[in-house]
Design a protein around this ligand. Structure first.
Ligand code: FAD
Length: 394
């Protein structure tokens, strides 16, 4: 869809109106605290399918897997916030005309509904056990299996796959990683950049240009019939926004739930943000599914204020990071297939930065390895002259 679906009948909610928030992640927690800061006095109900209060996900594949942390709880005190949290409760649908959320434990009427249901990991076919990593329970279960000499097969050398490989190797496992592309992250970064990441994978049996047929009790079966025996199989091949429960609600969806730049869906009183949403970007003239931490948290102010009728547009230059093999990788912007990647390396030949230049000469994206101090200027420079940015940041 190329048009902006935001509701034209989005009447502001009164401050004492009833808000229902679906989801127990960063987006949910931030919207709730923003609503209270903005003097919303009405009841707020948070509905989350998980058994936990809202918590953060990036540390799951980092600090939790390595054993540095057991909890990633967000600062969120239901008593202080005067919020009712319904843990273990699943939203099953929404009647946007009647303003009612359907759940597996009954209906909840709303004046304002916030949809922040995140995304679900994609699984492969086969009856063998596949672990995925999305929740704190997933992370603790996986960690308990990352014991010395355990044969761990990771499917997908993705951002998550690389972080799991980092932790599994550090915990003494025998790690194999199967990747469909010619190098880790080649689909995301292009083969030239991705090829520079290969040295990081030393000590891991990395099998690129290899596809998986299925996961069976015998292990991971490759397309050529080879079976990789495994004690633990971790599937890290991406996620899908959690919109299945909205089937029949009549809300426009594409990859995610479509919103305008104010996080407003097509339905009055219903906003969406975080990994579940695909928001209109006036900057790029299309809907974007960012699916990163910075975006999920940053959109909260706009989503909360949209319910009250006075929201600033939210359309930042996207940003995400990944901690893998002892390196911090940071990426800002968004590059396309027609952009040119200029790679710089350290004196030792290690990947240092990548500048992507659009055909019109502007900086479309920047990636830095262990270069946190350049991040802010890179983010500000996206859309301006790539040559000037590169000259100022050698
Ligand atoms: C292991 C891991 C590592 C990551 N590392 C990074 C990183 O390094 N950098 C980065 O930028 N991003 C990272 N991310 C992505 C980042 O964490 C997400 O972008 C962010 O968590 C999205 O927040 P959210 O609130 O939209 O969704 P989520 O945090 O996914 O929360 C969604 C919540 O909704 C609940 N829910 C779903 N469906 C229903 C339903 N029908 N009814 C009730 N509840 C429901 C879920 O149980 C969940 O609690 C990582 C993600 C993971 C999983």
């Amino acid at each position: 869809m190329t048009s902006n679906p935001g509701s034209k009948d989005f009447a502001p909610m009164p401050l004492d109106g009833r808000v229902v928030v679906v989801g127990g992640g960063l987006a949910s927690a931030r919207v709730v605290s923003t609503l209270r800061r903005k003097k919303v006095t009405g009841p707020i109900d948070v509905v989350t399918a998980e058994a936990h209060l809202p918590y953060d996900r990036p540390p799951l594949s980092k600090d939790v897997l390595t054993g540095a942390k057991d909890s990633t709880a967000l600062p969120f005190d239901p008593v202080k916030l005067d919020v009712t949290v319904h843990t273990g409760r699943t939203a099953t649908g929404v009647d946007t005309r009647a303003h009612v959320l359907r759940t597996d434990h009954g209906d909840l009427p709303y004046d304002g509904l916030v949809i922040a249901t995140g995304a679900d990991p994609i699984r492969l076919t086969g009856d063998g056990e596949q672990l995925t990593l999305r929740t704190i329970d997933d992370a603790l279960a996986l960690r308990s299996r990352l014991v010395p000499d355990a044969r761990v097969v990771i499917i997908g050398a993705s951002w998550i796959g690389a972080e799991v490989a980092t932790a599994a190797k550090a915990r003494g496992c025998a790690v194999t990683c199967v990747e469909y592309a010619e190098a880790p992250l080649a689909n995301a970064l292009g083969p030239d950049v991705a090829g520079r990441l290969l040295p990081w994978w030393s000590g891991i049996d990395l099998r690129c240009t290899t596809s998986v047929r299925e996961v069976t009790e015998a292990g991971v079966v490759l397309a050529d019939g080879t079976v990789l025996p495994a004690d633990v199989v971790v599937t890290g091949i991406g996620v899908r926004p959690s919109i299945g429960w909205l089937d029949g609600a009549g809300l426009p969806t594409d990859r995610g739930l479509l919103t305008d730049e104010f996080c407003r869906t097509d339905a009055p009183g219903v906003v969406a943000l975080g990994d579940v949403a695909q928001r209109w970007s006036p900057r790029t003239n299309r809907h974007v599914a960012v699916e990163h931490w910075d975006d999920a948290g940053g959109a909260a102010t706009t989503a909360a204020l949209a319910l009250l009728g006075d929201a600033p547009a939210y359309d930042p230059v996207p940003y995400f990071w990944s901690d893998q093999f002892g390196h911090k990788v940071q990426y800002v912007g968004s590059h396309g297939p027609d952009d040119t990647a200029t790679i710089t390396t350290s004196e030792a030949g290690d990947l240092d930065t990548v500048v992507w230049t659009a055909p019109d000469g502007t900086l479309s994206a920047w990636l830095g390895v262990d270069r946190p101090r350049t991040l802010v200027s890179a983010r500000m420079a996206v859309g301006t002259s790539a040559a000037e940015f590169a000259a100022a940041n050698v």
